[in-house]
Design a binder for this molecule. Sequence first.
Ligand SMILES: NC(=O)c1ccc[n+]([C@@H]2O[C@H](COP(=O)([O-])OP(=O)(O)OC[C@H]3O[C@@H](n4cnc5c(N)ncnc54)[C@H](O)[C@@H]3O)[C@@H](O)[C@H]2O)c1
Length: 281
Amino acid sequence: MDPLAGRIAVVTGAASGLGRAMALAFAAEGMHVALADVDEANLARTADEVRARGVRALALRTDVSRAVDVDMLAARTVSDLGGVHLVCNNAGVSPLGAAWENSVADWRWALGVNLWGVVHGVRAFTPHLLAQNEGHIVNTASVAGLISPPGMSVYNVTKHAVVALSETLHHDLRERGAKVGVSVLCPAYVPTGIADSERNRPPEFADSAPVQSPELLAKKEGLKKAVRSGKVSADEVAQAVVAAIKGGHFYILTHPRIKGAIQARMQDILDERSPRNPLAL
Ligand SMILES: NC(=O)c1ccc[n+]([C@@H]2O[C@H](COP(=O)([O-])OP(=O)(O)OC[C@H]3O[C@@H](n4cnc5c(N)ncnc54)[C@H](O)[C@@H]3O)[C@@H](O)[C@H]2O)c1
C-alpha cells in the first residue's frame, strides 16, 4: 500500500514500545491513527504525540483479548476517523517459564492478548478492508514465532500461532484476489516494556501460587537484560514496518543475525533430528 498519507491506521498496544513507535511513524507518513491499549494514561500521551505531527488521532481503551472491545475499536475507527486502511495487531505480553511451571492463568492471559488479540483484530477489520478491496494487516509475532527458545513456552506457542494465522490469512486473501496485504513482524530483542509486561496482568489472571524456580528467576533476569541491550530500536522496527507496507513484503525480520537459528530449525525438521537449542547456536 503506497502512498500512506491521508489514510487511516489502527495500532494496538500503542501506549508503549513498538506500538507507540509504529503509531508515530505512521503519523509522520501523514496517516491518521486510531490507538488502542489498556494503559490509558500512556495511550493519551501517544495520541498527543501523533496529533503533534499534524494528523488526527483516536485513543480508545481496548482490551484486545475481548471481542466486544475490538469490535468497538473497529466501529469507532470507521465512525470517528472515516475509514480504515492499515491494521497493526501488536499488543502483547511475555510470561516466562517451562510449560509445567506456567499456571492456567498464565496460559489464559497470554493466549488472550497475544493470540486472541490478533484473531479479534483480523475478524473485526478484514471485512472493512475487503469491502473497499484495499488495505494492509500487520500482525506482530516475534522471532519466537519462527524458532522455539527454551524457558518461554507460553510466549512461543502464541507467536508460532500468530505466524500460522498470518500465513494462512495471506493465502486466503490471495486465493480471493483481494488487494489486501499481510505482513508478520518477527523482531528479536528491542528495548521496550515487554520484559515488564506483568504490569498489564489483569486481576482475574492473577497467579495465586506463582512458581519461582531458580531457573525461572534466571530467565526473567536474562529477558530483562536482553531486552534492555537490544541493538535495534523501536523506531528502526517501525521504519521496517513502513517499508514492508509500502513494498508489500510479508515477513519482516528486523534482526538478520537470527536467520541462522531459523535455518537450523528448518534443517532439523527436514533431517528429522531433535531440535538444537536456538540460543546455543
Ligand atoms: N520488545 C521485544 O523485544 C519484542 C520482540 C519480539 C516481539 N515483540 C512483540 O512486540 C509487541 C509489542 O510489545 P513491546 O515490545 O512494544 O512491549 P511493550 O510492553 O512496550 O508494549 C506492549 C503494549 O501492549 C499493551 N497491552 C498489554 N495487554 C493488553 C491488552 N490486553 N489489550 C491491549 N493492549 C495491551 C501494553 O499496555 C503495552 O502498551 C508484542 O506483541 C511483543 O510480543 C517484542
